[in-house]
Ligand binder design. Sequence first.
Ligand SMILES: [Zn+2]
Length: 718
Amino acid sequence: MRYSMLAVAISTSLFLTACSEPPTNHTQSTSQTAAAQQINPLLSASPLQYQAPDFSQIKDAHFLPAFEQGMAEHLQDIQAIIDSPEPASFDNTIVAMEKAGPLLTRVSRIFFNLVGTDSNEARRALQSELAPRLAAHSDNINLNAALFARVESVYQQRDALKLDAESARLLEVYYQRFIKAGAKLTEQQKLAVRALNEEHSKLTTQFSQNLLKLSKAIAVVVEDKQDLDGLSDSQLKAAATAAEAAGHSGKYLLSITNTTRQPILASLNNRALRQQVWEASAYRGTDGELDNRPLVARLTQIRAQKAALLGYNNWAEYQLENTMAETPANVFNMLNSMVPAVVANTQAEQADIQAMIQREGGNFEVQPWDWAYYAEKVRQEKYDLDENEVRQYFEFNRVLHDGLFYTMNRLYGIRFEPRPDLPVYHPDVQAFEVFDHGGKSLAIFYADYFAREGKRGGAWMSSFVGQSNLLGQTPVVVNVMNIPKAPEGEPTLVSFDHVTTMFHELGHGIHGMFSKVKYPSLAGTAVSRDFVEFPSTFEEDWAALPEVLANYARHYQTDQPIPAELLEKVMKAKNFNMGFDTLEYMASALLDMEWHSLAADAPLQDVQAFEAKALAKHGVNLPAVPPRYKSTYFSHSIGGGYSAGYYAYMWSEILAADAFAYLRERGGLTRENGELYRKHILEVGNSRPPMESYIQFRGQEPTTDALLIRRGLKAQID
Ligand SMILES: [Zn+2]
């Protein structure tokens, strides 16, 4: 996953979420302002290398005054563009907007990164207060008639301007952005859009803050150790430590991750406790003070209403314009075409699981809380694979250095050097400087891999500083994950899934770090959503390459390489349960598309009834295989960032699988392959249409064959 911070300053702020907490007391913040301003480090560019933020100097009290000044300065910059006595030109309008509001961009990137990785009461309150103000700020620019008149004037002259390809692309991107924000609407319609944007920003903030509170509220407290039969010693220890931290000394706390399925269900022998854990997860946000259902209903309605104002039939149409997929029909076709094969695979898996239940003397039909538990038994029977034995070959530091960094070096010639002198925002974060082949410094990279309270669930990449030749900026990039950290003094052993996610996020990371464009709006990961997961998914597959595994998969105590026999089992087991994995993903992707296919005049929906109907419509409603995310905790979709965009992971995976298969044919892990891919895909960002980049790299458009093989579904399709 990836959240764009850049979008904050200039777009409709879909990524902002706000809050149910009372807004910050204004009198107090004004009195803080004067004191903070004299030494507010946010007000000037950081003196550290590549403007890496000086976290040692930044205090929470600095944010609000920096945001306020940032918005004011941004508006002044925009006003200067409007007031220019010169006729509108590409330089004095479009390029000037690229340069406008540097303070707001800086403080937004720092603040929203910290709210995601290291939130606290004060930051959440400020986030809530800022969300509607930033939404209004964006509207002040995007709906400004005088500004748009200049943009449109430049756009109309575009053929005569003889712009280079990147500049022509930038002009197109700006023009479309204004149109889609509502620049061509009447004043009355603009007011309606503004009201919807403001409400949207408040409700998405509340949605995400409810989820954060829920993750604490729904954790399951277990009193009796016997109920935890099946957990490993280290899982028990982690549960005891978590309980201690939450004020339940002497008990055990099972935290709930932000997906319907819960990893711990694979190990718990106690069926009643499994059910309790699963229900805590699957019913979250459906009642009480943190009920997200009204937010789901209203947010999807707001989007439909905004789409209608802008001349679209629904939000999905609006969102998909200017993506690779282009239309909702293309997305539905892609997903629906795979449903039969995926359901068939899943039913075969379910039959194996049901047989295992019967063999073990169970007299019940498999329920969602049983799936992982019995799937693990089937897996052990089929592959005789002990996850805990496998983990001993995936020690975190070894994976990072001899897996990720090694692969980056083999493909792209880059090196990661620790920079302990650079300040970090949490002691678990490590800073690195990245050097290109030939020794030139390329970027700063923060590695923030461990779970902690106050960090949003999931994994993502973001930037503190984006690349731009125009602004002379070098990337400062962060990767964030939620790997459970081993207790003090013990090595952190990770699952192969975590290893894969580490490669995935670094795939986004180098998309940011290798960016080589002029304009910040077109840099690195600022591509369409159904392209952005391509570089990350592509990088995943190197983790499983025998040559790479041989380098990092070594026993944490004996340093022995992973035995060939065990490795073979790991590789064979990789596609195990792939029917379930794919189906639960597709169910969520289709649910997301259905929510955003609602028309503006549709009434507020009964969330659970809508969900059931949408899943049944597409034949993805297997009772034992619920969607990976249900609506009340579907951050991607309802939270806004990936609304009508969750399909993008699979769309991107088609590109990734095709690209990887192509490079394997060309010799796999070589510098030549790395350079080819880097040059055509990673360096160009959004400076040209994505399919054009792909064809430059590959010589042809992708097909779905490699994806089906990657997921072990090919045989069923042929
Ligand atoms: Zn991703």
